[in-house]
Design a binder for this molecule. Structure first.
Ligand code: BG6
Length: 528
């Protein structure tokens, strides 16, 4: 992830770089001053993620003092009202307590622009305001547009930005970039259409499609772990690996996002993006360099190698969908999905999906990848586990039970760390063996706090480093894997073959069929 920063003439506070893959004593770069325009400025994402991330970047000196933020939304706010609103949001959601002096300095660069998203006049006014702010605050006509709006508004905003020439670069020597939140489309066709809409206005190099999982420290560490250590790469293949499991488990329900979730479901909300990204990082070949194109080329090759030839028979056999019913989570009773606000009483939307995939290339042929994700599961746990093949056991004949094979578990969250399981002799006169764990945890090995994913990603977008953002072809390749499954389910539901939902209790580990999916192959889900 080479940060090819724009020329840095500011002297922000530089912090020593932590990535061992970066040579020598390079320092973190501070981006050029810019104006960040947030569409959907009064929404949840702006409050919970974007503004706290920008505040924290500014707090540690990674954003220059000229940094300017313009919130664009429909509500009639003044600059001052907007600042008050954001101060409360940042106090509530920042990972470190808000400091008044830093906030005041930061807030002096926050402005509000009221406007309707479809109205050309609003963009003309925005453009004028950006010119004024660029002159008064010295943001050198650099602009980062952030779409924190519902996905349906994306094409309109992009088109209007084009009409107002706000996409133009070099017009007055600044850059112009756009950050687009997931979900990027609803299926393969709509993602392609959205890519066409975006590319009619912006060049691909100006587009930053966010998948916040890529900004998580532990996910970034996956690359460091795989390619910065000599001992794992030689065994990272079908000769040594029996299978890979990827779990993204949440104990939360849909948290008042009923209407969104009724559209999305676990497949579009998590599987198509976060899980496909985790899979591609685990399975990819070493890139030639840690730069945006090399990294994304390798991830794309993995996605393209996934066997997406889904027949009905294969979907029935290798994919399990589920929906939670009422149950208990953290000692409290919780309602079932169909009882959540604004969810249809007979909804067939899946809140859980488990499946088996194959990456058909020389490294991974015949190694199954088992993926599962769900809401209202027993506990939050995101983990990738690589299970190695059992060694020949003839030596250990007569043991009470076979020792468990080696396992490498990369815990993405919570309790971030890496665990290696191996077999050891139980002390004593006999030859009894048992599996033991060697466990590394971030919390005890590093004293410093990890930045939030949004801090990493926003900084990268401002530096012009797209390595942690998804490219158009990558997004489409991920949709190509999951769309046929979604389509088949829809057709079955419409044809009267509706699933018997709910099929798992909130607080459990998902439907029993998900256990059978893996147990049929003589394996089982790792207990998390
Ligand atoms: C989002 C999904 O992309 O990721 C949410 O829309 C989900 O449904 C969230 O809860 C999980 O993110 P994290 O960072 O909490 O694991």
């Amino acid at each position: 992830m080479a940060r090819r920063a724009a020329t840095v003439t500011r002297t922000g506070t530089a912090r020593p770089q932590a990535n061992p893959l970066r040579a020598g004593l390079r320092l973190e770069k501070v981006p050029e001053p810019a104006c960040i325009v947030v569409f959907g400025a009064t929404g949840d994402l702006t409050h919970r993620k974007i503004l706290p991330a920008l505040y924290n970047l500014r707090r540690v000196g990674l954003l220059p003092p000229e940094t300017t933020i313009v919130g664009f939304a429909r509500r009639p706010y003044t600059d001052e009202q907007f600042r008050v609103d954001l101060k409360e949001a940042v106090s509530q959601h920042s990972r470190v307590p808000l400091q008044d002096a830093i906030w005041d300095d930061f807030a002096a660069g926050i402005f509000y622009q009221q406007g309707e998203f479809h109205e050309p006049e609003a963009y003309r006014r925005l453009s004028q305001r950006l010119d004024e702010l660029s002159a008064s605050r010295g943001t050198r006509d650099n602009r980062l547009f952030y779409l924190a709006t519902p996905p349906s508004l994306g094409p309109t905003i992009i088109e209007q930005l084009g009409h107002a020439s706000l996409d133009a670069e070099g017009r007055t020597h600044g850059w112009s970039r756009i950050v687009i939140e997931k979900p990027f489309g609803q299926d393969l066709d709509s993602a392609r259409q959205l890519n066409r809409d975006v590319q009619r206005v912006f060049r691909e190099s100006q587009v930053y499609r966010i998948d916040h999982y890529l900004g998580k420290e532990t996910v970034r560490n996956l690359l460091v772990f795989r390619f910065g250590n000599g001992i794992f790469e030689p065994i990272w293949n079908r000769r040594y690996v029996d299978h890979v499991q990827i779990t993204v488990a949440e104990s939360l329900g849909v948290e008042g996002r009923g209407p969104f979730y009724e559209e999305a479901g676990a497949t579009r909300d998590i599987l198509q993006n976060h899980m496909m990204q985790l899979l591609s990082l685990v399975a990819m070949e070493p890139p030639i360099a840690f730069d945006a194109d090399d990294l994304r080329n390798e991830k794309l090759r993995v996605l393209r190698a996934i066997d997406a030839d889904w027949t009905e028979e294969r979907i029935t056999r290798d994919v399990v969908r589920g929906q939670y019913g009422p149950g208990w989570v953290g000692g409290k009773p919780v309602p079932g999905y169909r009882e959540e606000p604004k969810v249809a009483k007979d909804s067939t939307r899946e809140t859980f999906v488990a499946l088996k995939l194959h990456v058909q290339n020389w490294r991974w042929a015949d190694v199954p990848f088992y993926l599962r994700t769900g809401k209202r599961l027993a506990k939050p746990a995101t983990e990738i586990s690589v299970q190695f093949k059992q060694p020949p056991l003839a030596l250990f004949k007569g043991l009470r039970a076979d020792p468990e094979p080696n396992l490498l578990a990369l815990r993405i969250q919570p309790d971030e760390g890496i665990l290696l399981r191996f077999v050891a002799k139980v002390p004593g006169l006999g030859l009894d063996v048992r599996s033991v764990n060697m466990d590394f945890t971030y919390g005890s090995s590093f004293v410093s706090d990890a930045p939030e994913a949004y801090e990493t990603l926003l900084l990268d977008a401002m530096l012009g480093d797209a390595s942690l953002f998804t490219r158009a072809d990558e997004v489409e390749a991920a949709w190509a894997v999951v769309t046929p499954i979604d389509r088949a389910w829809e057709a079955w539901d419409q044809g009267g073959q509706r699933p018997a939902f709910p099929n798992y209790a909130a607080g459990s580990w998902g439907p029993e069929e998900a256990d059978r999916l893996i147990e049929r192959d003589g394996r089982r889900w790792r207990r998390l």
